[in-house]
Design a protein around this ligand. Sequence first.
Ligand code: GLC
Length: 557
Amino acid sequence: MTNNSLQERSWWKEGIVYQIYPRSFKDTSGNGVGDLRGIIQKLDYIKSLGVTMVWLNPIYESPNDDNGYDISDYCAIMKEFGTMEDFDELLEGLHKRGMKFIMDVVVNHSSDEHEWFQQSRSSRDNSYRDYYHWWPAEKGKPNHRWSFFDENSDAWKYDEQTDSYYLHYFSQKQPDLNWENPKVRHEVYDIMKFWAEKGVDGFRLDAFQYVSKDITFPPFPEGYDVDVPSVIEYHGMGPHIHSYLKEMNEQVLSKYDVFAVSEGVGSTLQDAHDLVDEDREELQMAYHFEATDMVTTLEKCTLAQFKESFTKWDKSFAEKGWIAIYLSNHDQSRFINRYGSDKPAFKDYSAKLLNTFILSMRGTPYTYYGDELGMTNIGFTKIEQYKDIAAINGYKKAASDGEDLDHYLKKLNLLSRDNGRTPMQWDATKNAGFSNETPWLPVHKNHTTVNVLNQENDQNSVLNHFRKMVALRKDNLLLVYGEYEIIQEEHPTIYAYSRTLEDQKMLILLNFSELESSIELSNYDDSKEVLINNYSELSVDKNTITLKPYQAVVLKL
Ligand code: GLC
């Protein structure tokens, strides 16, 4: 290639990721929990989407305090999900169909039930003691550290056995591993090699920005306020993060045809660059939280903020480094509820628009299972309905802080992670074809219409729109590497941009609004080929294009 594409080509840049939450995809064992054989059963469906990589949330042995993000054995499969033979068959099934596999690697912390932690907590002179961060109680209570899932937001947990506190940035059952200890790091590299030898093609490094921290745990500065960037600044991106990554690259990544993507990018664009700049030989890709963090209250983000964010991130990775493009995952509620509209008249249009967006940006697109159908939030109203530790402990904390609990429940109703974890909707039967038994989390009542079977038979379904967009991206390197240019950034309702590669150009017009909106484009002539349109028509009058509510079009110029 390239004239105006400045990026080197690679398969993971050209790929399209499909993320599966294994607990919720397909249950074959009849316990209401999805499993690996369920995914094996659906491999032809996954292939039919056109996606080229599959990322599974953790499938290792785990007591499931945080649904698999608390691992008690990194080289065994969670019993509820199946066996190592099932895993091998799944990997082979993907590879046979030309798809790659991404493994979730959760190594900022383990489960407290992991053998390492059992040893570590047993005595102060145990050889595993410094696999974790301990603070002897005789030194007094350690300085405050924030915990995401603790009901008091306190990352230090007192452990009687050795009269010491241990650190847990996430739940009390997720003690942080001590990356300063070279033995810990080499354990991690051995685990990664174990899976790379099996043939996995990529690693998603969970909560990785937190592995390096200031282990003197100084007090926070006066006025320190916990919001996400400052959480990262004071809890992660410590002094050794880059040397750890270089070591990981040298020990594992460079030895196999694999890539690694970091969850989180630090707190600045420079941090992000330093993680994924290919010349530094650390990671290949990272995903930032800016766009998903924009909707953290009951207010949606504005289109102006959304455009500004994506444009800024695109610009800073135009020449070097590579990012993931996503709008939802297992830590988010459904994208329709956050960026589109779940009103019956707009639900399908907005789902198609959001998928058009993800699949027409520069960066590797990640689609979360069910978004190809336009699945929506389940919208629980009572705390008893939630299964997610973040929701349950967050509610307890809000209660003890005297917060307005109705307001808190409203926030959970829109934003809770459980919204994005309900069972995959395969058909209109009782449990949506997910399981013969009561599912671990209820199926959405709209599964009677929003389901794979229904949508397979409808050329205009959200599912078939998704497939068309995937095919278009795969046929056009321009959509992967082409230069991105925003058009009329200040337009209040339409997000318009072009992608250009050598002498090819496409124009993408997305109406993020429940009302018709027009945009005037000078030199527009209607000889342009409409490649994608989520409506049957496009209204053009000379230089003015009028888009229907949530209309999304891709035009060839
Ligand atoms: C990451 C995961 C999230 C998990 C947390 C702790 O943010 O995406 O699901 O709860 O790390 O491992």
